[in-house]
Design a protein around this ligand. Structure first.
Ligand SMILES: [Ca+2]
Ligand SMILES: [Ca+2]
Ligand SMILES: [Ca+2]
Ligand SMILES: [Ca+2]
Length: 486
């Protein structure tokens, strides 16, 4: 139990509990009973029918619950806010942003009109569950800054460790837009995290984030009349989430990822021929035999195709009976097959029929969710599907929550659909990242006013593996995700 904190006039009760749960097949019943007794107050129980993860640690961080809740508005990211080498948590909601350290202690909390939204096509970016926040050392003083936009079109840069405001900058936004709506710390000049990408949507009609502007952060910090490095008003974005950036060609500078790939100097490098719009977009080294990273985009409408491409060419397109892929998980789900596999959830509102392609675009798996989901799982299937390094083995798995309800969370094998672990939850938000530091990833669940972190304590078969945070596109993806593109 932590003490209480006073900050900015708020009184914030903090509770942090650490519970170790040991589960084995033989003692499952006894331990469920123990768990049920331990959690009488919050009616908590966990079920694992699994050999993958017999030992789970659950950390519960109680977050400020005085916030106004607007479903889907705001999100969660992990970042080392206070520079102690451990990942902390930033939670955003309507009119609020708060940071909790790795142990669960509140670092700071602010009531401010942060730019978060629900569906971007009606309300602008960052879209459902988009956190609308970035964290990095953007001025090279070896301290992390936290950056976010407000509804009054201000860019706030605050000191991560203290929450003190370093700079508030009024931005100019393009004609026909309401304000800048999405921000991504980027490296466009090869100087590291010293640049900022801004994105926004057209105010009228179906809102699409076609407006981009890139700034050098030192210009924003130091000049009265700063001008952008470049701007564009013709970016082809994913329809439902903000732009992502990654160094596709590994030349030390970031590209901006969408239906168009924009180079670090603002020029269009590549454009895919969409008939519909992009529902979901990802970046990874899907094809290790091709230099650099590849982008996966899922099309809604047109041919309902999956596109694999990079900064210079289309590698392939594929479809499964022209069924809408809608959401995906990209990972090493079949280690014996070269490269990464692409799992697609399918559109069906009920009775989803997922399918999977190998890295050459060949269909390798298709099944019905109803035949693999455990008893009582919603017929609406899964959502917020993250690839997860849970076991420490080369085969990756996927984590997701029950769709369209604050429900359970599960880890499943995308190849077979087998549900390996199910966690009894009321998950409003699911997020996956390595926050424990053993390189494997944890499941981070926002359940009402509790942030619940599930960690696999089973033996780690590759304990010398590099930390995932050292991979630039992992770090950027984990700061820039939303519901459609975890
Ligand atoms: Ca930290
Ligand atoms: Ca700094
Ligand atoms: Ca590059
Ligand atoms: Ca590659």
């Amino acid at each position: 139990m932590h003490s209480t904190f006073h900050q900015e006039g708020y009184y914030i009760p903090m509770v942090m509990q650490l519970i170790r749960v040991r589960l084995s097949k033989s003692s499952l019943f006894v331990l469920c009973l123990v768990l049920a007794l331990s959690f009488t107050g919050c009616k908590y129980r966990t079920d694992l029918k699994v050999s993958h993860s017999r030992v789970i640690k659950l950390q519960i961080i109680t977050v400020d619950d005085s916030w106004k809740l607007r479903k889907g508005e705001g999100g969660v990211i992990a970042a080392d806010v206070n520079d102690d080498g451990r990942r902390d948590f930033i939670i955003t909601k309507y009119d609020n942003i708060a940071a909790y350290d790795n142990s669960g202690k509140n670092i700071w909390i602010k009531q401010i009109d942060i730019q978060v939204s629900t569906n971007s096509e009606n309300n602008g970016l960052p879209g459902w569950l988009g956190a609308g926040v970035q964290a990095s050392d953007v001025d090279a003083d070896l301290r992390t800054e936290v950056l976010f936009l407000t509804k009054k079109n201000m860019l706030h840069i605050i000191d991560g460790a203290t929450g003190e405001t370093e700079k508030v900058i009024l931005l100019q936004h393009p004609e026909g837009t309401e304000r800048w709506e999405h921000l991504v710390v980027a490296n466009f000049r090869g100087k590291g995290d010293r640049d900022l990408l801004l994105q926004t949507t057209n105010t009228d009609g179906y809102r699409m984030g076609k407006y981009l502007a890139a700034y050098a952060i030192e210009d924003l910090l130091g000049r009265e009349n700063f001008s952008p490095l470049w701007t564009r008003d013709d970016f082809i974005p994913c329809a439902h989430n903000g732009a992502r950036v990654a160094d596709l060609n590994q030349d030390g500078k970031d590209e901006v990822l969408g239906g168009t790939i924009i180079g670090p100097d603002g020029n269009i490098l590549m454009k895919i021929e969409l008939k519909g719009h992009i529902d979901s977009i990802y970046v990874s080294d899907v094809r290790p035999d091709i230099p650099g990273l590849e982008v996966v985009a899922l099309e809604e409408g047109g041919g309902n195709r999956i596109f694999l491409y990079n900064h210079e060419r289309l590698i392939w397109t594929a479809h499964h009976e022209h069924r809408e892929p809608q959401n995906a998980a990209i990972g090493n789900f079949m280690p014996e097959s070269p490269g990464l596999e692409i799992w697609c959830r399918s559109r069906f509102d009920e009775h989803q029929k997922p399918f999977m392609f190998d890295s050459s675009g060949k269909l390798i798996s298709a099944y019905e969710m109803d035949s693999v989901a455990p008893e009582g799982w919603t017929v609406k299937g899964v959502e917020t599907i993250f690839t997860v390094d849970w076991t420490g083995k080369s085969k990756q798995l996927a984590a997701a929550k029950e769709r369209h309800r604050s429900g359970d969370v599960a880890i499943f094998d995308p190849l077979s659909g087998e549900f390996l672990s199910r966690f009894n939850e009321k998950a409003g938000i699911l997020y996956v990242a390595d926050v424990s530091g053993d390189w494997r990833e944890e499941l981070i669940v926002l359940n009402a006013n509790e942030l619940r972190i599930y960690e696999n304590q089973d033996s780690n078969p590759s304990s010398n593996h590099h930390r995932l945070w050292t991979i630039d596109h992992y770090r950027r993806s984990k700061m820039t995700w939303n519901y459609y593109s975890p």
